[in-house]
Design a protein around this ligand. Structure first.
Ligand code: BDP
Length: 713
């Protein structure tokens, strides 16, 4: 009886909501929420059935996704059939339909066209591509359109990625901990793999395929040799099997000394034939298990990791040895340029360039050098990395960090779209005006065919994948920009908000407005005017501009801001470290002169007096304090905006964001107060009128410790 009652209650709830699950974020941007009545009818008109002639796994996924999407949005699941009926969604490749009414020649293996056409007198929506993977991408695009409320009557869309490798980098350890992960444990259940392949792996693949990501590096760049053992290769192979029909390849990070650790070789010297033979045999073993294995990612001679330089060899020697092993299989090597050495006294921002620039032209043709967006380390703002545009003979790929190690981690709403966009649009002037970073990495500037972009994933086992609803937008934005670097951060934010909350512009506009200024707000309350790396030790969460006692100079915030009684900032001009000279002359000239340096980069390139006059006429000191204030104010404004959206957002997601914004506001205030307390102890200047004194004295801020903050060992 009791059981019957429970069942009846559950059935009534289901009938009322149409869906048993609450909005807990699991569905990401693939919610397919029930459409309003008129809209549902419009969607139905254009999806009376799915005409899909093929039977491949990928084709099946595409048709099922369309069925799922349309079914959830309209309440009617379209049938799948081979013959086309009016109002069909028609999936076709040249092999299933030779005379397609659309050109496919410039769409490559992954692109697609979506077009409203008449076929045998019947109005249908054609989704066409050269491959089934292209169709899958096209299906996701159509579903995006259906959810966002655009007119589905006259579609004519062509889309193909400009960048070949669009990868996530998971910094996931084999014990389940995620380095710089703020969304729980790793989603890879290494222990129960290869047998247990939970549904989450499939949903991961769906989410990535839906935004065009086509590869994933499974393990941390600080790699353990164990990931190359036979049992772990089998585990990786199991994941590769799940991801394959979604067009996603698997890659592995490798530890340079794996031959020594796993098989007792005496050396890891890349020029030693025994070492090369070990890697060749290991590679053969991997390809036997994973025939479409993508290749290796390597962090070498960086932050204590071993590498070829330990044997007086170059990065190119190391990369080329591995490249030879994967070459017969079409594999690639991604060699990271994130290097700086404890025994190198030169400006850390210069070291990667100094190491890699001389190697231009020495890498094998299946090596791509992976460069972080800026020269230091994923700061809230960094000028673009000087290697972009400086190695014309070497393909360079971008490394962005989606997980927000330095931007409030999982609790702050700091939409990264503008950061990605700012870097991609930056002009290197390498081949004259218009030589943007985007053109460097899409290969068009120097004619490279091997091209790539990677994002350090913000994905974990949390129910909502990314630690918060708004953090999902960063994963989404990365994928969309990787597919098409010309998209604007704002367009993407709008798209994401429509999919995540509602196509109702009453919701979308304020949400987009919050998002678009949020990264700049974090810059303001953490590192205004070009400051960088003033985070506290280890966890990098809160402020620590006073830290000066760490073993390596470049680990200390004081190294980066160089505040003293006279002023603040890192002189990277000729009178200082001369890092500016690593950029093409027009860029170097702009940044070498304090007057032509954009104020957002001021203290990155210049040490300026506290009473230096900013363009607004205020002193540097006053301007600095005002920016801290503005950052905090922006968060308060986001709180107000979010509160006004309460009637339009489901209770669960509303409450989560409301709480996180409360945390963010408290912490923005903390950042502001701690920074001002410290810098004021150095500048000895009074606060500008209207700016409140910090809530505590400097010692209080220094005493805050967070030994158990997530994401660091
Ligand atoms: C820094 C992280 C560290 C990473 C390193 C890297 O603090 O955990 O291992 O970058 O990219 O941002 O290798």
């Amino acid at each position: 009886m009791a059981r019957l009652f429970c069942w009846m209650i559950a059935a009534i709830c289901l009938a009322l909501t149409g869906d048993a699950r609450a909005e807990d974020g699991y569905d990401l941007w693939l919610r397919y929420a029930p459409a309003a009545q008129g809209r549902a009818a419009a969607i139905h008109t254009h999806a009376t059935m799915v005409a899909a002639p093929g039977t491949s796994a990928t084709m099946t996924i595409a048709t099922q996704e369309l069925q799922r999407g349309v079914g959830r949005m309209t309440g009617t699941t379209p049938p799948v059939a081979v013959t086309i009926q009016p109002g069909a969604l028609w999936l076709a490749t040249p092999s299933t339909a030779p005379a397609l009414p659309v050109r496919l020649d410039d769409l490559g293996a992954e692109g697609y066209a979506i077009r409203s056409v008449k076929q045998d007198g019947k109005a249908v929506t054609l989704i066409a591509a050269n491959s089934d993977i292209g169709l899958l991408h096209g299906a996701y695009h159509w579903l995006r359109l259906a959810q966002s409320g655009v007119d589905l009557d006259r579609l004519d869309i062509r889309s193909a990625p400009r960048i070949g490798l669009r990868l996530l980098n998971h910094w996931d350890n084999l014990d389940g901990m995620v380095e710089r992960g703020y969304a729980g444990q790793s989603i890879w259940d290494w222990w129960r793999l290869p047998d247990w392949k939970g549904p989450r792996y499939t949903d991961y693949a769906r989410a990535n395929a839906s935004i065009g990501i086509n590869g994933t590096v499974l393990n941390n760049v600080n790699a353990k040799a164990d990931s190359l053992t036979t049992p772990y290769i089998a585990k990786a192979a199991a994941l590769a099997d799940v991801f394959r029909p979604y067009g996603i390849k698997v890659y592995l990070s490798v530890k340079w000394t794996a031959p020594m650790e796993l098989d007792g070789l005496k050396t890891a010297d890349p020029l030693d034939p025994a070492v090369a033979a070990w890697w060749t045999a290991k590679t053969d073993e991997i390809y036997k298990a994973i025939p479409d294995f993508g290749g290796f990612l390597v962090k070498a001679n960086s932050e204590g990791q071993p590498g070829p330089q330990d044997y007086n060899r170059t990065h190119a020697d190391g990369a080329n040895m591995l490249a030879a092993a994967v070459k017969p299989y079409g594999g690639i090597v991604m060699w990271r340029a994130f290097v700086y050495a404890h025994d190198n006294p030169d400006d850390r921002a210069k070291q990667a360039y100094s190491d890699f620039k001389p190697l231009d032209g020495q890498f094998a043709d299946n090596v791509i050098v992976q460069v972080k967006n800026g020269a230091i380390d994923f700061q809230p703002r960094e000028p673009f990395h000087p290697l972009f545009g400086a190695m014309p003979k070497t393909p360079l790929m971008m490394e962005f960090q989606i997980t927000k190690e330095y931007l409030g981690q999982s609790t702050h709403l700091t939409y990264l779209g503008p950061l990605f966009e700012e870097t991609l649009d930056a002009d290197t002037y390498a081949n004259g005006k218009g030589s943007t970073v985007a053109k460097v990495i899409d290969g068009s500037l120097d004619g490279h065919r091997l091209t790539g972009i990677a994002g350090v994933a913000n994905i974990g086992a949390d129910r909502d994948w990314s630690g918060s609803i708004f953090n999902q937008a960063d994963w989404y934005a990365f994928g969309r920009l990787a597919w098409d670097t010309s998209l604007s951060a704002e367009t993407i934010a709008k798209e994401w908000a429509e999919l995540t909350f509602s196509p109702d512009q009453k919701v979308v506009q304020p949400v987009v407005k919050m998002m678009m200024g949020s990264r700049e707000a974090a810059v303001d309350y953490m590192t205004p005017l070009g400051l960088a790396h003033v985070m506290d030790t280890g966890h990098h969460y809160g402020p620590g501009p006073w830290v000066s006692d760490l073993a390596r100079p470049e680990w200390n915030p004081v190294y980066y801001h160089k505040a003293d009684a006279n002023g603040i900032g890192f002189d990277r001009t000729r009178t200082g470290s001369d890092a500016v000279s690593q950029y093409a002359p027009p860029v170097a000239k702009m940044w070498a002169n304090v007057k032509t340096t954009p104020e957002r980069d001021l203290l990155w390139f210049h040490h300026v007096p506290w009473d230096y006059r900013l363009r607004s006429g205020e002193t540097l000191w006053d301007g600095l304090v005002h920016r801290y204030d503005a950052g905090v104010r922006y968060v308060a404004d986001m709180q107000t905006t979010w509160a006004s959206l309460k009637p339009h957002i489901d209770a669960e997601r509303f409450a989560e964001t409301e709480t996180l914004l409360t945390i963010q506001h408290r912490e923005a205030q903390w950042w502001r107060d701690a920074s001002i307390a410290y810098f004021q102890s150095v500048s000895k200047r009074p606060l500008p009128a209207g700016s409140a004194a910090p809530a505590h004295d400097l010692n209080w801020y220094k005493a805050q410790k967070f030994p158990y903050a997530p994401g660091h060992n």
